[in-house]
Design a protein around this ligand. Structure first.
Ligand code: CU
Length: 112
């Protein structure tokens, strides 16, 4: 009986912590949550796919969430599978963020 009550208390506390966490994030619009859906999609063209090093060269449009103008540059990719089915010349849309000081592609898909 006692343990059931304890469990309920723990669950309640966890819920409160969770809600507080979400709330504080909303209170700080200047701070971007790292590596998430918050990163907007950017148009790009694939220039080079480097599967050995998990890197991709993209000629990209302005990246709003990174405050970066259009350019051609190399990105790290979050996971090797992102490079599946990609090749130079492909038109794509991707999201990226700076992770540990490295510009990293979080998601990438064929342009609509
Ligand atoms: Cu760039």
């Amino acid at each position: 009986m006692k343990s059931a009550i304890t469990l309920k208390l723990i669950a309640a506390c966890a819920l409160v912590l969770c809600a507080a966490g979400a709330f504080s994030q909303n209170l700080e619009p200047g701070k971007k949550p790292a590596a998430q859906a918050a990163a907007s999609m950017t148009d790009a063209e694939v220039r080079k796919v480097d599967r050995q090093n998990n890197k991709i060269t993209l000629k990209h449009a302005d990246i709003k969430n990174l405050d970066m103008p259009a350019m051609t540059m190399v990105f790290q990719v979050r996971e090797p599978a992102l490079l599946d089915n990609l090749q130079a010349g492909d038109k794509v849309r991707f999201s990226a963020d700076k992770i540990g000081g490295t510009y990293t592609v979080l998601s990438i898909e064929p342009a609509p």
